[in-house]
Design a protein around this ligand. Structure first.
Ligand SMILES: [Fe+2]
Length: 445
């Protein structure tokens, strides 16, 4: 049986088609433009190439945006029609994409994961499984699903650096900051274009409160990963967080204008970052001018989707920022329906999305007691609707502000103590601490 450049079995006989798929996978590994254009060129020449369609389906599935559902289904249908020509590994990809398309994100992730166990040099399955783990907030699987295949990846295997970058992010989410930083730095040294590995190290620096180093890290590595990056907005978002942590909100705003918004907010992943950044700045009392407008407009167009609760919460931030009561009510109805619906998102909506959206809406109308009641329990459970620790930190930010604005000094000090323990040098934490000191004690729990 033929093997691809990583050593995974492939059913395609045409060498040019295989080279094209390999290029598309490598672009996806680096989040460099444009894996879809690359695979579309392959499909145009080889429309009967099942794995090319399965690749395309996997890319659109892991955008976690209902806007791309039509593309996912189109590619899935093409792949399924050709499944008889595919091998076991390729059929694993088709089955995973099918599970995602029917809303069973958990089964999809596990199917990519099983494919990676059976074919540990399948770098695409490893990457898609990691993205699935990310969307579930599976902190330890982000690490362990990569660890399972590590014995098959030595430095002489192509793609070794990308595997190290994925492992670095998993180690970071699992709290192993030292090993994460080492693996991430190794991956970036091997391939400066590896924006995911850059991102993994940025997470380490974020979680350990090393904002100054984070600023240098993103800036210094940018010439390697930023040109052509499809993921750049997110690394710039991390840089903006470092600026805010250091007290430099003007730099964060400029970064929003120049970089975070540069892609035009056409996909949910960008909109999540746009909303999360502006929400944080608003929490600190920063006037962000007209910057919400594009973010709000794009989220408003997605309100009825009920596709992924993590996205819905960020849509709620936008509706609150816009003062759009009708939009908030529609969104709450959407998330309630999702919570009572099917698929993985039902659990995510029920356990996290709905109370989170209710909490953020309460915050928006100044009902800080209700906001705290909805949001405080989610500090323990928010991982169930996915994202990273750094993204879910928005719960802590919002709770601290609710406590400060609601005059609950005891709760504010408790939440600030968490941050002081993790980030003793943070200017932001010190500023919160100063505000909390003068507040009265708590209402009873
Ligand atoms: Fe991140």
């Amino acid at each position: 049986m033929a093997l691809d450049k990583w050593g995974s079995p492939v059913s395609v006989r045409d060498a040019a088609a295989l080279r094209g798929l390999e290029r598309a996978i490598e672009k996806l590994n680096a989040y460099q433009a444009d894996p879809v254009a690359e695979i579309d060129a392959v499909i145009a020449e080889h429309p009967d190439f099942a794995m090319a369609h399965a690749f395309r389906a996997g890319v659109f599935a892991t955008a976690a945006d209902k806007t791309f559902d039509g593309e996912l289904r189109k590619s899935l249908a093409a792949a399924e029609a050709l499944a008889g020509t595919a091998n076991d590994r390729e059929r694993g990809h088709i089955a995973a994409a099918a599970a995602w398309a029917r809303g069973d994100f958990a089964r999809a992730t596990e199917t990519w994961g099983r494919t990676a166990i059976a074919f540990p040099r399948d770098i695409l399955a490893i990457q898609l499984a990691q993205l699935g783990d990310f969307y579930h907030g599976y902190s330890f699987m982000l690490r362990d699903r990569v660890a399972r295949v590590l014995p098959h990846w030595t430095r002489d295997v192509p793609g070794y650096g990308f595997i190290q970058g994925m492992y670095a992010f998993g180690l970071e989410e699992a709290g192993e900051y030292g090993r994460a930083e080492a693996a991430g730095r190794e991956a970036v040294a091997l391939n400066p274009q590896d924006g995911w590995a850059v991102h993994a190290v940025a997470h380490v620096l974020e979680m350990t409160g090393r904002a100054g180093e984070g600023i240098s890290w993103i800036r210094d590595t940018a010439p390697g990963w930023a040109p052509g990056s499809l993921f750049g907005y997110h690394n710039w978002w991390h840089l903006a967080l470092f600026y805010i942590e250091n007290g430099d909100r003007d730099a964060a705003l400029k970064l929003f204008d120049d970089s975070v918004s540069a892609g035009g907010f056409g996909q949910a992943l960008e909109l999540v970052d746009g909303a999360a950044l502006l929400w944080r700045l608003n929490l600190l009392g920063q006037d962000v001018g007209e910057r919400w407008k594009t973010v709000v407009d794009n989220w408003r167009a997605r309100i009825g989707h009920g596709y992924y609760a993590f996205n819905d919460l960020h849509a709620m931030m936008a509706m609150v920022a816009a003062g759009d009561d009708k939009g908030q009510a529609e969104l709450l109805r959407t998330v309630e329906a999702a919570a009572n619906g099917g698929g993985t998102n039902a659990m995510m909506s029920r356990e996290v999305g709905l109370p989170a959206c209710r909490g953020f809406a309460a915050f928006g109308r100044g009902d800080y007691v209700a906001a705290i009641d909805h949001l405080l329990p989610l500090r323990a459970t928010a991982g169930r609707f996915g994202g990273s620790h750094a993204q879910r930190d928005i719960f802590a930010w919002t709770l601290i502000e609710a406590a400060l604005r609601g005059g609950d000094g005891t709760l504010a000090q408790a939440l600030i103590a968490e941050r002081t323990a993790a980030k003793p040098a943070s200017a932001l934490t010190r500023a919160w601490h100063a505000r909390a000191r003068d507040l009265p004690a708590s209402r009873a729990a």
